[in-house]
Design a protein around this ligand. Structure first.
Ligand SMILES: [Zn+2]
Length: 426
């Protein structure tokens, strides 16, 4: 193993402080060299005054002024408003405590480890703060600079610099607020045309016959079949490109600000699984323009991947006459590029009420590795890649295979979410 192989883990401040032996054991037993912590410190007064929250806990109306708008005018799902009110601004905790955060960082440094933070950014599950809103943008930039300069951290690997996950369909069709409209204009897109073409695609989808679609899916459809059958117009593709451009523009700006203030601090954001990255606004092809490294977040096999299959299959069944659940799932697998690996044939077979054991019911290693193979196709040469995988609940056989193959694919490290299997499997 190369000495610059990164072995990281996600940990919280309380775990670091209350179980100091845990990281030293991981350092000695599995070569842990990096800890990625959530940010639990305080945002100082000069940063807070830039918060789009304006120093108060926002009302529903105030939140709705800064969050993503669906193209039919609805603000995104209000179920996350409670979580949004536990922040002092997008991505930062309301009741942070600098003393304990600094103590945890110092303790890890003393143990010889690199320390990163994953901070927080635009999205809270279904909710997203509008990435074109100038107040949200300047707040996120200032927050990143604060995190990069005040705690001696080695890197920012900010989470949730993306659009809501594909399993929340409302999030796929925003944001179309006035700020996004003018951003679209500035980036060379026509918001009205994009919205018209998204609607036209849906109308054409509804004209397909489910039984014939299932026949074609069994034979194997290709790129032009999709374009042709959906009558895709250029505004449909523009929509996904526009959202990618907006993420690239924002992160390029935040990274430049971080580098100006702290040239040695690395800047990155966790990276949506490659097969579905366009749905979250992530463009692997331009990752080097906005980040110093990629961290493909392939650990969320339930929330990101399986839930998307199920939600999209349900959507297709609602839209397309004569489409069975089994056939709808096969269409989704084929369309998203996960076909042929033996994923469940019915929704019930996912056993979704028990997400913790999902890895036993799906071909987890094949699923994860498919996205890691695609990541290497898409990422620019020279961008280090540190996939985030589960060290708990997947079993040693799956973990071993993923680790072996991701090394031979040329990834540059691993960030664990949990380590129970790897410690017990040793
Ligand atoms: Zn917007």
């Amino acid at each position: 193993m190369s000495t610059d192989w990164l072995t990281g883990i996600y940990l919280t401040t309380p775990v670091i402080l209350e179980q100091p032996d845990y990281v030293t054991r991981l350092r000695d037993e599995i070569g842990l060299n990096t800890v990625v912590m959530g940010f639990t410190g305080e945002m100082p007064e000069e940063v807070l005054k830039l918060s789009p929250y304006g120093g108060t806990i926002p009302t529903e109306a105030e939140l709705e002024a800064i969050i993503l708008r669906h193209f039919d005018g609805r603000p995104i799902d209000p179920r996350e408003y409670g979580q949004a009110r536990n922040l002092c601004g997008p991505g930062a905790p309301l009741n942070g405590e600098d003393e304990t955060f600094r103590r945890a960082v110092d303790q890890l440094k003393a143990a010889g480890l690199d320390v990163w933070t994953y901070g927080g950014a635009w999205t809270i599950r279904r909710l997203m703060f509008c990435p074109s809103n100038p107040d949200v943008r300047s707040w996120m930039e200032t927050a990143c600079v604060h995190w990069a300069t005040e705690y001696g951290l080695d890197a920012l690997d900010i989470t949730h610099f993306r659009y809501p996950m594909g399993s929340f369909p409302l999030g796929l069709f925003g944001c179309t607020c006035t700020h996004c409209r003018s951003e679209a204009d500035g980036l060379g897109y026509d918001m009205d045309r994009m919205v018209d073409d998204l609607k036209a695609t849906r109308e054409q989808l509804r004209r397909l016959d489910g039984k014939r679609l299932a026949d074609v899916t069994r034979l194997g459809f290709g790129f032009f079949d999709v374009v042709h059958a959906l009558g895709l117009r250029s505004g449909f593709l523009d929509w996904w490109r526009f959202r990618q451009d907006l993420v690239v523009k924002n992160l390029t700006q935040f990274r430049a600000a971080v580098k100006a203030a702290s040239p040695d601090t690395r800047f990155g954001t966790d990276t949506y699984p490659a097969s579905m990255a366009m749905t979250a606004g992530h463009d692997y092809l331009r990752w080097d323009q906005m980040c110093d490294f990629a961290s493909p977040l392939v650990s969320h096999i339930s929330a990101f991947v399986s839930n998307t299959f199920i939600e999209w299959a349900r959507f297709l069944q609602e839209e397309i006459p004569n489409l069975t659940e089994e056939d709808a799932l096969q269409v989704v697998y084929r369309f998203l590029g996960y076909d042929g690996m033996g994923l469940p044939e019915t929704v019930a077979a996912y056993g979704h009420e028990d997400a913790a054991t999902l890895a036993d019911r799906i071909p987890t290693a094949d699923l994860v590795l498919r996205d890691l193979v695609k990541a290497k196709l898409l990422l620019p040469e020279g961008v280090p890649s540190y996939p985030i995988i589960h060290g708990e609940g997947w079993g040693m056989e799956t973990i071993d295979r993923i680790l072996t193959e991701m090394k031979s694919l040329g990834h540059n490290g691993v960030v664990w979410q949990g380590t129970e299997d790897i410690l017990n499997g040793k």
